[in-house]
Design a protein around this ligand. Structure first.
Ligand code: 5GP
Ligand code: ZN
Length: 116
């Protein structure tokens, strides 16, 4: 996977539309196209890294910025009181489908068991 055929790099570049909810110089957050909860936002670094393992190895500071952006999204979406979940699907067992690292921020309703 290169950045030129990466779906989320295309969203960063503005080539594919997305419902953006939060942005910093280095991160972008937008609503998941197939929400799995009342609030389901994806938080990504603008720079392409395949998954959280690659991101943490290449740029730990940027990994921290993705976490900080996830917390800011949770606050902006009103999730702090009810609680929420932050998930990085990673590799085959997780079902990761988009190989541009993204945090799923899920909340806005009771979420049920973590592993169904
Ligand atoms: P993964 O399974 O890789 O952890 O999650 C990928 C997520 O990206 C899925 O929840 C899926 O609904 C979402 N997704 C796939 N294509 C698009 C798209 O074009 N736009 C948006 N906003 N989300 C997408
Ligand atoms: Zn990418």
């Amino acid at each position: 996977m290169t950045t030129t055929d990466c779906l989320f790099c295309k969203i960063v570049a503005g080539e594919i539309p997305a419902a953006k909810v939060y942005e910093t110089e280095t991160t972008l957050a937008f609503r998941d196209i197939g929400p799995k909860a009342a609030v389901h936002v994806l938080v990504i670094p603008k720079e392409h890294h395949a998954d959280v393992v690659a991101l943490a190895a290449a740029d730990p500071a940027l990994a921290g910025e993705v976490l900080a952006a996830s917390a800011a999204v949770a606050k902006a979406e009103g999730l702090l009181d009810g609680g929420f979940r932050v998930i990085f699907n990673t590799g085959p067992y997780s079902g990761q489908e988009v190989f541009h690292v993204h945090a799923h921020v899920l909340g806005g309703e009771p979420l049920g068991p973590m592993v169904a």
